[in-house]
Design a protein around this ligand. Structure first.
Ligand code: UDP
Length: 240
């Protein structure tokens, strides 16, 4: 079967790091892709450790509303970005144990053990067949790792963004709560926006739309799912 996508940006959420079975499956799948001719960069979430948005109100006593209970939004987002770096260290280390060539870039300087993201160096590593692990989000507060995925995908001239989730794609309602939820196999950016579907956050979505970068949302919990998507099997939801 011929491969359809040569350069892919995989976005995985922090949730992939919170269950050993899922984490191992995702690592195995990325290692499989690395053995193929497809170049892959992985943007990492940090929601398993801290998510800026919820940390502001939920991390301390949520019943107290005085200022001592508020984490500064910028501080919370900085913590969130660091969380993605922790996950990045784990992913890069595990991929190396699978004998997969890997380069970890963080969006901002964290120490000489991780390179700071630089587009030219990242392109070189990708061309050399290394898996790029991209952590630290965009390096700025008030963004998400979805925005980082869109940004890096555009910078690295990727063919597509693959958004790995726990469900089979984009649905008309939450399929984990509503058994009648309908899977959308194909959507335009406009339709996804008009229907208010939570594909990615708006900043990420706008960037994809502007640069005509398609997105496939698929169930990453299924073994071999990443390779199937890359080989053009019609799974998940395709947004373009
Ligand atoms: N974050 C940020 N800027 C970015 C990317 C992430 O401030 O460019 C922070 C933000 O607080 C976010 C957290 O890092 O909640 C973790 O990222 P995200 O919520 O996107 O992770 P995921 O939901 O994919 O696990």
């Amino acid at each position: 079967m011929s491969k359809v996508y040569q350069r892919v940006l995989l976005k995985i959420s922090g949730e992939c790091f919170s269950h050993d079975k899922l984490f191992n499956s995702v690592v195995t799948q990325i290692a499989q892709v690395a053995k193929s001719k497809t170049r892959i960069a992985v943007v990492i979430g940090g929601g398993n450790i801290i998510r800026g948005r919820t940390a502001r109100i939920g991390c301390l006593d949520p019943t107290r509303v005085d200022s001592t209970n508020q984490i500064d939004p910028i501080a919370a987002d900085r913590a969130g970005m660091l969380a993605t770096i922790i996950n990045g260290i784990k992913l890069a280390d595990t991929l190396q144990k699978y004998s997969t060539p890997v380069e970890h870039f963080a969006a901002f300087a964290v120490g000489d053990f991780i390179q700071t993201y630089n587009n030219e160096r990242a392109q070189e590593s990708l061309t050399a067949g290394k898996v790029l692990v991209l952590s630290g989000g965009t390096g700025n507060p008030f963004f998400s790792t979805d925005s980082a995925a869109a940004l890096r995908a555009v910078e690295l001239k990727m063919d597509i963004i693959l958004k790995g989730t726990r469900v089979g794609g984009v649905f008309s309602a939450d399929p984990e709560k509503n058994p009648k939820a309908r899977l959308y196999k194909r959507l335009t950016y406009k339709e996804a926006l008009a229907k208010g579907l939570a594909v990615m956050d708006l900043t990420a979505f706008a960037l994809c739309q502007t640069h005509r970068l398609p997105i496939i949302v698929f169930d990453i919990t299924q073994p071999g799912a990443i390779l199937k998507v890359i080989r053009g099997e019609k799974i998940g939801s395709y947004i373009c």
